[in-house]
Design a protein around this ligand. Sequence first.
Ligand code: SF4
Ligand code: SF4
Length: 348
Amino acid sequence: MMRHAIDKGVNYLDTAYTYHEGKSEVVIGRALEDGYRKRVRVATKLPVWLVHGPEDFDRILSEQLDRLRDDHVDFYLFHGLNRKFWREVVLKHDLLEKARAALADGRIRQLGFSFHDDYAAFKEILDGSDLWSFCQIQYNYINVEDQAGQRGLKLAADRGLAVVVMEPLLGGRLADPPVEIMETMMEFPLRRTPVEWAFGWLWDQPDVSVVLSGMSNLTQVEENLRLAARAKVHCFGTKEQILLAEVRAGYKARTVIPCTGCGYCMPCPNGLDVPANFDVYNYARAFDDVATAQLRYDFFLKPEERAGACQRCGACLDVCPQQISVFDWMEKVRVLLDSCVREKENQQ
Ligand code: SF4
Ligand code: SF4
């Protein structure tokens, strides 16, 4: 899949130390043998939550280069920066100086960061170093004002940084909209698939440098290649923007918990499957179908993974990029979906 994508023009691959339990970098290293490495830029990330001292920077980077079978990384990011990681890891352990040295000796070619926090934290990080040449933000037509948002995109671009966009389909959700959202899209005279609407909205914007897309099979690769071949800055006009504003409002009204399923809160020390609980709850609310959601909840989640097992320990709070008050929502999930609660209600 990777080689086919590169043959057809894909020139940027994004990975990280922790993806696929450490195997993603290894697979990319192998896929890029036989001359493919020269044809792409490789981005990977330092897991700042695993850094306990300045020496961890060189140790982890060296391990990453081994996995990638390479002597340099084109785009190196501090992974998932928020205010806390910025202050308590990057600044505390002087990691910018380690990065400066890695830039100087060529182990990394460009330095950036991926980001999950609010706009003020984004600006603080941007202001905090002159080493940044790019950043990576969560951005899609639903999350216009969330996290760094459109303001953050503009701020970074005005300073000359390249901006890489992640979550263009909001964890795949924008690829498979509910019927009424689909109907709204179908009203538009020029037919586009939901994926085409989501990517088109990003490609339209001159400040967006790269749009990342996770692809799980060759069909998705082919579809993305087909859409990207037609991508153009300023491809959307006022009518498209009006339609997407309508779609945005429709989604906003339906999605209750803004969980993207990123899994940063996992594993939960008490065994809960946090994103699965939220996914089922959002399903119940978005589709007004509590009965089916309860069936899914009972079928897909083991008792120890369900909301009722939450101990309110708070371990998930700091790591959630969406700053979701996880345990408060768990209580609502429990009340709506947990069979123990349902049985008690039935007995009353
Ligand atoms: S607050 Fe609940 S969901 Fe979060 S880590 Fe603790 S037990 Fe798990
Ligand atoms: S609760 Fe937060 S950290 Fe956990 S999967 Fe959802 S968005 Fe990610």
